[in-house]
Write a protein that binds this ligand. Structure first.
Ligand code: PHE
Length: 457
């Protein structure tokens, strides 16, 4: 097994897994989801979902990975349930789908770093033409996939872990630095209020489903990324406390990202939050203008810093997304890591082309599908995002159901006891027992149905 590689220690694993978790989902999506979903109400829902539903799924994924030392498909076979391999394959396919469009957005973010570094604050007003300039954003996407492939080709300790050990601390320092500065600006409090003051009237089934989807995506669950990372974790490490650290890390960064962003926005609008553009626009359209309002020098420094930070966060996520299919073909087809990386990176990049051109350049992919009852057609990338959301929820639901009733929870607990002496007598065992056996399968199945109905109908 030594040939597969391992994380060098617990910290390496936690940083790599937190690197997978922390990404565009935290810094780009979370803040505006909170704002649209009723502020603090959404945050509370999100926290409950992360700890009560997602944390047990994470523990289960890592345990399955570590027990079998295999990729998501091979893991089910190694446990003695070959038919369940299709669940692993569903996860691998979801990973490929997610990376195909995620890489495009990561490329946009990287391009924004270059624009900001040159003081081109106008880019926000030209976002529409920026994302249809397919040669330019195509080049960024190539570079991003190239960087991802380079890191993955270096293996676990020397590639994925090393990158996370450099990028994650840098990311934290950058976020805290910008956050501290943004708090000193006039109207900072108005921004915070806009972000967090609860609006109970906003809460509905859509928001509840949205909070769960966001939690799953943000924690990289339901597709075997953590089965894969878990397969490189040593038997001496404590899975439960590692998973708790990863969850806290992810939630913390998402929360801080909002605290950093909204004061900046409030400053640039002079405290008038009535016309803020939500959604994708918040970061790619509104923020460049916000940096401009800080004056040329500071604006360039903070603006470039911010988009570099976003690119770093995305990079540790794309690395985990590529590692899943790479581990699959390395394990199952005995392909060499370098070759596997090149093959998968090429396939996924190509699969990303419709997402690359589907934001105005190609009419077909821009108006890709018309959902029943929707006013506007949905573009290809957004459609893939919806598909991914539901497949992650389904995957997560089936993974815990498998662990509790097919593999059997005694085996799960046995794996969790390794490297965690007090586990059998701790309340966490009871908690994991109840959540994995009942709470997660039932609630995830219900919410899965809800999300499908909400997304497509
Ligand atoms: N968690 C990442 C983010 O928040 C995205 C991701 C999803 C990464 C699934 C890996 C697996 O941006």
């Amino acid at each position: 097994m030594a040939a597969r590689g391992n994380f060098s220690n617990r910290l390496g694993f936690i940083l790599a897994a937190a690197g997978s978790a922390v990404g565009l989902g935290n810094i780009w999506k979370f803040p505006f989801e909170v704002e649209a979903g009723g502020g603090a109400v959404f945050v509370v829902l999100y926290l409950i979902f992360c700890f009560a539903l997602c944390f047990p799924v994470m523990v289960t994924e890592v345990a399955i990975g570590r027990k079998t030392e295999k990729n998501p498909a091979g893991a089910f076979v190694a446990l003695g349930f070959p038919k369940w391999k299709y669940l692993g394959i569903l996860g691998i396919v979801s990973g490929i789908i997610i990376l195909s469009f995620y890489n495009v957005v990561a490329g946009w973010a990287f391009g924004y770093f270059l624009e900001m570094a040159q003081g081109n604050f106008d880019i926000g007003n030209n976002f529409g033409s920026y994302i249809t300039n397919i040669w330019q954003i195509g080049l960024y996407a190539v570079l991003f996939m190239g960087a991802t492939a380079f890191i993955v080709s270096k293996g676990i300790a020397g590639g994925i872990e090393k990158a996370a050990k450099i990028l994650m601390p840098t990311l934290i320092v950058m976020i805290l630095g910008i956050l501290a500065y943004s708090f000193t600006l006039p109207n900072a409090m108005i921004g915070i209020e806009y972000y967090l003051v609860p609006e109970f009237s906003e809460i509905n089934l859509r928001v509840i489903g949205g909070a769960l989807r966001q939690a799953f995506f943000s924690l990289s669950l339901g597709m075997g990324a953590l089965i894969t990372y878990g397969s490189y974790l040593s038997k001496n490490e404590n899975i439960v406390s590692s998973a708790a650290s990863i969850t806290l890390f992810d939630v913390g960064i998402a929360f801080f990202a909002g605290l950093m962003l909204f004061p900046l926005v409030a400053y640039s609008t002079g405290g008038d939050m009535s016309n803020i553009q939500g959604g994708a626009g918040l970061i790619f359209v509104t923020l460049p203008g916000v940096f401009e309002s800080l004056g040329p020098v500071l604006g360039i420094v903070l603006g470039a810093f911010f988009f570099l930070l976003l690119s770093f966060a995305a990079l540790t996520s794309t690395v985990s997304l590529l590692e899943v299919p790479v581990a699959y073909i390395v394990d199952e087809f005995k392909v060499k890591r370098n070759k596997a990386v090149i093959i998968m990176a090429l396939i996924i990049f190509t699969a990303g082309l419709p997402s690359l051109v589907g934001n105005g350049y190609s009419e077909f992919f821009t108006k890709f599908i018309h959902y029943i009852g929707a006013e506007e057609p949905t573009d290809f990338m957004t459609f893939l995002g919806h598909l991914a959301d539901i497949s992650l929820l389904l995957g997560g639901c089936l993974i815990v159901t498998f662990a509790a009733y097919v593999w059997k929870k005694e085996n799960l607990h046995e794996e969790l006891e390794q490297g965690n002496e007090g586990y059998s007598s701790s309340w966490l065992k009871t908690f994991i027992n109840i959540t994995v056996s009942y709470v997660c399968p039932v609630l995830l199945a219900l919410l899965f149905v809800l999300v499908v109905l909400n997304n497509f109908f």
